[in-house]
Design a protein around this ligand. Structure first.
Ligand code: AMP
Ligand code: MG
Length: 366
């Protein structure tokens, strides 16, 4: 993430540069036979001036010599010895890049708050910037909780399930720009859980846990966060993800207690954690883009909770058409795997009818 606007300190290109292999001439000499004075190759400029009746050979990327106002492509000339005949009707300014065509000195090249991707890094380098001011990635400690979890790849005992949230959340955190410290699986016991969290917070800006935030007797994360700081959110009117918990703990660090159910943890990550992490990094754009989609199913609401329904998208003409991924159970990760978008269905009893157009949160496009 770029922390400050990048302003051009000079023009780009910084010299008139040929776009083709050919001859640099004066447009006023169109249709004439000209004496070739020398050559301007990329990185090896010709240091004479093109005057009336003369030309200089130029190669792509070479400096267009002083005096010339047009480059004629090599395909369009006739060369006999040191004399070149150029066509009539030459337009000044063709076939070369003029000083400042891309950027003038003082232009804003890149804006603060953008993600530095390939082209942005390229343009910064093209303006000869060796260093860019960026925001540090937030350090996030990631922990799964639950006595039923075993490490993916190991052999389970009866009643155990793979710690899939760790891998899903690790991928989601990285996509959101975080530097992740994976703490592994914490048991449903207060002391070891507390020790792990306290230790991890020493080197983290944020803590993300999954599981242990419901109201069962083994749900220890909420009381732990209460003992370490202030729990600001202990439940949300959201489906899936009702037990989502947010706390500010020692030293202003933030803690997100995500529900254990795989879909709940990823949807609450998407709705609350991802924008927060992007905000911490100074991104101008915090949220996923939205696009209008036409529903191909009746999206039924939940009475008290806003629901984020998972859909696949397909193109039909100019439209995106959304179909449900099937059972929206919060334990059914198959409802999110392969989903292109989330359709936000407001709480209440208003069905979003098949055929209606709604804004959807785009995760990926088909
Ligand atoms: P909890 O929020 O701890 O009550 O967990 C709710 C459900 O999510 C339970 O069925 C758990 O087995 C499941 N679950 C919790 N943590 C994980 C995890 N790390 N990976 C996969 N499933 C999980
Ligand atoms: Mg649990």
């Amino acid at each position: 993430m770029l922390a400050e606007d990048l302003i051009a300190e000079g023009a780009l290109p910084s010299f008139p540069s040929s776009a083709v292999d050919g001859y640099a001439v004066r447009a006023a000499d169109a249709g004439r036979t000209l004496r070739v004075l020398g050559e301007s190759a990329a990185g090896r400029p010709f240091d004479g001036t093109v005057k009336h009746g003369t030309a200089a050979r130029v190669l792509t990327g070479g400096v267009v010599p002083e005096g010339a106002d047009v480059v004629v492509m090599v395909e369009d000339v006739q060369l006999v010895g040191d004399d070149v005949t150029v066509p009539s009707g030459l337009r000044p300014g063709t076939n070369f890049h003029k000083v400042g065509d891309d950027l003038h000195s003082g232009d804003r090249v890149l804006s603060a708050g953008i993600q530095l991707c390939a082209a942005e890094i390229g343009i910064a380098a093209a303006t000869n910037r060796a260093r860019l001011p960026v925001r540090r990635r937030p350090r996030v400690a990631l922990m799964s909780t639950g006595d039923e979890l075993f490490e993916v790849g190991k052999t389970p005992r009866l009643g155990q399930i793979p710690d899939s949230n760790r891998w899903a959340l690790l991928a989601a955190l990285r996509e959101a720009g975080a530097d992740v410290n994976v703490l592994g699986i914490a048991p449903d016991e207060p002391e070891p859980l507390r020790n792990l969290v306290v230790e991890a917070l020493k080197n983290a800006d944020a803590l993300v846990t999954s599981g242990g935030v419901s109201v069962g007797t083994h749900d220890l994360v909420k009381p732990l966060l209460e003992s370490l700081g202030d729990v600001h959110i202990g439940r949300v009117k959201l489906k899936p993800g009702k037990p989502f918990t947010f706390a500010i703990v020692s030293g202003g660090r933030v803690a997100f207690g995500l529900p254990g159910f795989p879909v709940s943890s990823l949807v609450t990550f998407e709705v609350f954690v991802r924008p927060a992490l992007r905000k911490m990094q100074g991104f101008a754009q915090l949220h996923r883009p939205t696009l209008p989609v036409r529903l191909d199913y009746d999206a039924r609401p939940t009475q008290e909770r806003t629901e984020y329904q998972r859909v696949t998208l397909r193109r039909e003409g100019a439209e995106l058409v959304a179909d449900t991924t099937g059972s929206q159970s919060s334990s059914r990760l198959m409802s999110l795997a392969g989903a292109h978008a989330l359709v936000r269905v407001p709480a209440g009893d208003q069905v979003l009818k098949k055929g209606s157009v709604v804004e959807a949160l785009i995760l990926s496009l088909p």
